[in-house]
Ligand binder design. Structure first.
Ligand code: NI
Ligand code: MN
Length: 229
């Protein structure tokens, strides 16, 4: 089957490959836009781009309940072990590194953003992820500003780029258009907007500009909505 990617709200996604379920940046129970609760999510891997609460809040309960393997930077993995995630269920992946996982090969990319953990612990540096699902490359930018090295991420064909457009804490709609130009993905999905008032955006207005100014197809999802690769 083709992988199915579901937006659970904010920056939380569930990637279902048919054989594996990969949860990205779990933030559900306190997420006003989430369509499911943490107790109702099944997955075998959890990816965490950085330590901010709106990306990691439900990681520990979901990881301990499901036995999922958590992939995050070294500092976050060390912190997760202190929160009760067992040592054999964390899999460190730092910026620049690539590794093979049960769902496919994946690398961690730079992201210009903080990564402090909810209790104030040091969380290393933020990242994005590029995963290979079958023949498709998929880029989750995580929380980041626009950066010129996105050009390198787009050197090889990207089926899908998932980009924040909320502004204030990440790049906003204008810079996200430039990101699409650098990445040249086939399709692009916006996220990290409309969860709260400070990151309110019009995704359909943005999608219109993507269509006008780039060669990518914008896919605007509602929380709970999904697309197939
Ligand atoms: Ni953040
Ligand atoms: Mn965030």
């Amino acid at each position: 089957m083709n992988a199915k990617i579901t937006w659970l709200g904010h920056a939380t996604f569930l990637v279902d490959t048919g054989d594996h379920r990969v949860l990205v940046d779990p933030f559900l129970d306190d997420n006003p836009s989430a369509t499911v609760k943490a107790a109702d999510v099944e997955c075998d891997h959890i990816l965490v781009t950085h330590g901010h609460f709106d990306h990691i809040a439900d990681c520990v309960p979901i990881a301990t309940r499901t036995g999922a393997t958590v992939v995050a930077n070294f500092e976050i993995c060390e912190w997760l072990k202190k929160q009760g995630v067992s040592e054999d269920k964390v899999s460190p992946l730092n910026v620049g590194g690539r590794a093979s996982f049960a769902f496919g090969r994946m690398g961690a990319t730079i992201a210009h953003h903080g990564s402090g953990l909810p209790d104030g612990s040091y969380g290393g540096v933020a990242s994005g992820f590029v995963m290979r699902l079958g023949t498709a490359r998929v880029y989750f930018a995580g929380d980041t500003s626009l950066f010129l090295d996105m050009k390198l991420i787009g050197v090889r064909p990207l089926e899908l780029a998932v980009l924040p457009i909320g502004d204030r804490f990440t790049m906003g709609p204008v810079d996200a258009i430039e990101a699409v130009k650098l990445l040249s993905p086939h399709r692009v999905v916006p996220c990290h907007y409309n969860t709260w008032q400070p990151i309110e955006q019009d995704p359909h207005d943005w999608a219109g500009k993507v269509t006008q100014q780039t060669g990518a197809y914008p896919v605007v999802l509602d929380p709970g909505g999904s697309l197939e690769l």
